[in-house]
Design a protein around this ligand. Structure first.
Ligand code: 6PG
Length: 240
């Protein structure tokens, strides 16, 4: 596990952006699962504005680690957020973009998207393999759309399942732990003081860490990087 603490969201975005550029420079097609919510907005803005012309977008396929079951133009849509902050500003071929069809029946879409992953990604250890899975973390320790109350979904045998947000009741399609932990590399991008307690518990394996889905992210490749800002890292003690 590597931890990169940046002085600001913008410098965190820069760290991640150049990591993505380096990955795309290999000349091989890379398959990347994007996270949703609000954290990626500043990161996607930075990538579009600073590296939009430098990254060879033909080499990258975008997928989503989770998506809200809403239409693609809904303000809640992770796809819409990505269009607004990145896809509308870069020259990525349409055929490289594999969105979760949030407008579909959730159960049917979970099955369809599971097949998309099986069809599009290399199969390693019998499981579709992403080159990179980008993850956020909620202040309750959830990641993708697997929440503490339904942490058992992490071990589902499917590639994707339907989850329900504990507060809003919103349905979501989410990839499961087998997909996340089979990735070549996983990047947590977590900012804000409201995440600091959970970051400490999970990174330091303290308190109730085992109850949080984010603590189950342990890629077989052992390539896990936490991209943090000062606020989310403020409780970490690097002297230990
Ligand atoms: C989603 C995300 C989710 C997100 C965390 C953090 O669809 O909401 O994929 O897992 O990464 O909830 O969200 P913020 O970045 O908004 O804090």
């Amino acid at each position: 596990m590597n931890i990169i603490v940046s002085s600001s969201k913008e410098s965190l975005a820069e760290e991640f952006a150049y990591m993505l550029k380096d990955m795309s420079d290999t000349g091989e097609k890379i398959h990347v699962a994007l996270s949703g919510g609000s954290t990626p907005k500043v990161i996607f803005d930075y990538i579009a504005e600073e590296l939009g012309e430098e990254i060879f977008w033909d080499n990258i396929n975008f997928y989503w680690g989770d998506e809200r079951c809403v239409p693609p133009d809904d303000s809640e849509s992770n796809y819409k957020m990505t269009v607004d902050h990145l896809l509308s500003k870069i020259d990525m071929p349409e055929e490289n973009i594999f969105r979760v069809l949030g407008e579909n029946d959730p159960e049917e879409e979970a099955i369809r998207y599971s097949k998309v992953l099986a069809d599009e990604l290399p199969i390693v250890n019998g499981i579709p393999q992403f080159d990179l899975v980008m993850l956020g973390m909620g202040d309750d320790g959830h990641t993708v759309s697997i929440f503490p109350y339904n942490i058992d979904l992490w071990d589902a045998k499917e590639n994707c399942v339907v989850a329900v947000h504990p507060d809003s009741g919103q349905k979501r399609v989410t990839i499961t732990g087998k997909i996340v932990n089979n990735a070549k590399s996983v990047a947590f991008l977590v900012t804000g003081a409201n995440k600091a307690d959970k970051v400490k518990e999970i990174v330091m394996l303290e308190g109730d860490y085992a109850k949080y889905p984010a603590s189950l992210v342990k890629p077989t490749s052992e390539e896990l990087i936490w991209y943090l800002d000062r606020d989310s890292a403020k409780n970490l003690d690097f002297s230990e």
